[in-house]
Design a protein around this ligand. Structure first.
Ligand SMILES: C[S@@+](CC[C@H](N)C(=O)[O-])C[C@H]1O[C@@H](n2cnc3c(N)ncnc32)[C@H](O)[C@@H]1O
Length: 255
């Protein structure tokens, strides 16, 4: 029986190229917003951490405005892919380091920015990870979190989390905006800014990226077809199974 960490490794380590070419990950208004926040708030000498970097799209977006970005992920193949793509783009500011969010191998107060994108919904120990990010942040540094946000309506939320888990056994939870505000406050972040955008997930690439087995794809499709109208409308289900969720961005500072 595998552990959650092994499940993350199994799901992601062989999928680095799929995440490098994924349009959902390579693009998005959240990336443009993150770039502009970082440009306004941080000096060009700034050092940033990208936790759960995957194939590196957040690191690639932020690196041109900064002196150093350390891209961290437990998956060696993701890190190798980031290294190759960074070299191909001439982004010499990017270094890679194998680690998990819950245990970051860096000294206290090392970074001006601790960031993460589309990774936190895989973290088992969210509070511990956010505390680690706070520990390695300078006292006047910034935290940037981007992730798919869950729904306040439990009916809609349960359907979304179930589809996510059927598609990818390493899914833990999409936290709602309220949950994010509360956990960020509890860990000691303040001045929290929040922005949100719709994110359309085209069904075929969504399941192909994670190599979801056919029998689980059938269960997801059945669940969508049988879902009550409130869920169908909230998640904007389309005839081919594509649907629309929300990407949330949180920007905060240590209190
Ligand atoms: C969807 S990818 C990230 C996408 C990427 N950040 C981007 O902007 O395109 C999710 C990544 O989170 C990583 N991950 C999962 N659990 C983690 C943890 N506990 N700590 C750090 N990274 C983790 C996975 O290995 C995977 O590479």
């Amino acid at each position: 029986m595998r552990t959650h960490d092994q499940s993350v490794q199994d799901q992601f380590d062989s999928r680095a190229q799929a995440y490098l070419s994924s349009q959902v990950h390579a693009q998005g208004p959240d990336l443009a917003h993150a770039k502009s926040l970082v440009k306004q708030a941080l000096p060009a000498t700034g050092h940033a951490l990208d936790v759960g970097c995957g194939a590196g799209h957040l690191s690639f977006a932020l690196a041109p405005s900064l002196a150093r970005v350390v891209a961290v992920d437990p998956s060696p193949n993701m890190l190798a892919t980031v290294g190759q793509a960074a070299a191909a783009q001439g982004l010499v500011q990017i270094d890679t380091r194998q680690a998990s969010a819950e245990s970051l191998p860096f000294a206290d107060s090392s970074f001006d920015l601790a960031s993460t994108r589309y990774s936190a919904h895989h973290w088992r120990h969210l509070e511990a990870a956010l505390q680690e990010m706070r520990r390695v942040l300078k006292p006047r540094g910034y935290l940037l979190v981007i992730d798919i946000v869950g729904y306040e309506d439990p009916l809609v939320d349960t359907h979304l989390q179930s589809m996510e888990l059927l598609r990818d056994p390493s899914h833990v939870r999409n936290r709602s905006a309220k949950e994010w505000q509360s956990v960020l406050g509890a860990v000691g972040y303040a001045d929290i800014q929040h922005a949100q955008w719709p994110l359309r997930l085209a069904f075929a690439p969504w399941v192909e990226r994670m190599r979801t087995p056919l029998e689980r794809i059938s269960v997801i499709r059945a669940m969508q077809n049988e879902a009550p109208r409130e869920v169908q409308e909230a998640l904007a289900f389309e005839p081919d199974g594509s649907f629309t969720v929300r990407t949330g961005l949180f920007w905060a500072r240590p209190a």
